[in-house]
Design a protein around this ligand. Sequence first.
Ligand code: SAM
Length: 182
Amino acid sequence: MAKGADDDRWLVDLLEVQPDDRVLEVGSGPGVAIELIAARATRGLVVGVDPSDVMVRQATKRNRQAVQDGRVQLRQGSVSELPFADSSFTKALALHSIYFWPSVETGLRELCRVLSPDGRLAIGVRMYQPKAGGLNPSRYGLTDDQVQDITSALEHVGFRDVETQHRTLRRETITAILGRHP
Ligand SMILES: C[S@@+](CC[C@H](N)C(=O)[O-])C[C@H]1O[C@@H](n2cnc3c(N)ncnc32)[C@H](O)[C@@H]1O
């Protein structure tokens, strides 16, 4: 789980988080992106969902003050069944999490449901590098075809303005898949 925060920062930048935004991160892990978002959504709300109680505890520890202030909530749960009402969030993200979702389509449908009209979604994935060594996570990254499948799934569930952006951070190439709620 140890990695730099450059990819979190890039994905958060792409979402252009504003002070009043209500932002959901699925697969929030140790809460690094949550901390970055909470520094920007100063009058809004930041919610992290992760099935792992260990990750929820780590993220809570990292964001203790913002949790106490009620600006950050961290909950156990899965992208497949998000415990939120329709249109609860203005923005949502998932970084290095989609690899583990039981169903990409179900997860994307849930994210579409909880985003408000015009809400923005950013999904960050690591790209496959065939020559990466055994300990390099890029060895297990996604191929261009797998990214294409995700962009098609976004359009299939109703997201519009779907696009991808790429950035090389340290020795990895990260792809951001962006979409907007219909
Ligand atoms: C590699 S970690 C990434 C954590 C963090 N986003 C980051 O980039 O550091 C993947 C996270 O996805 C979570 N995850 C696994 N299955 C999930 C699901 N069904 N719904 C949401 N998150 C899930 C894992 O518990 C884990 O915290």
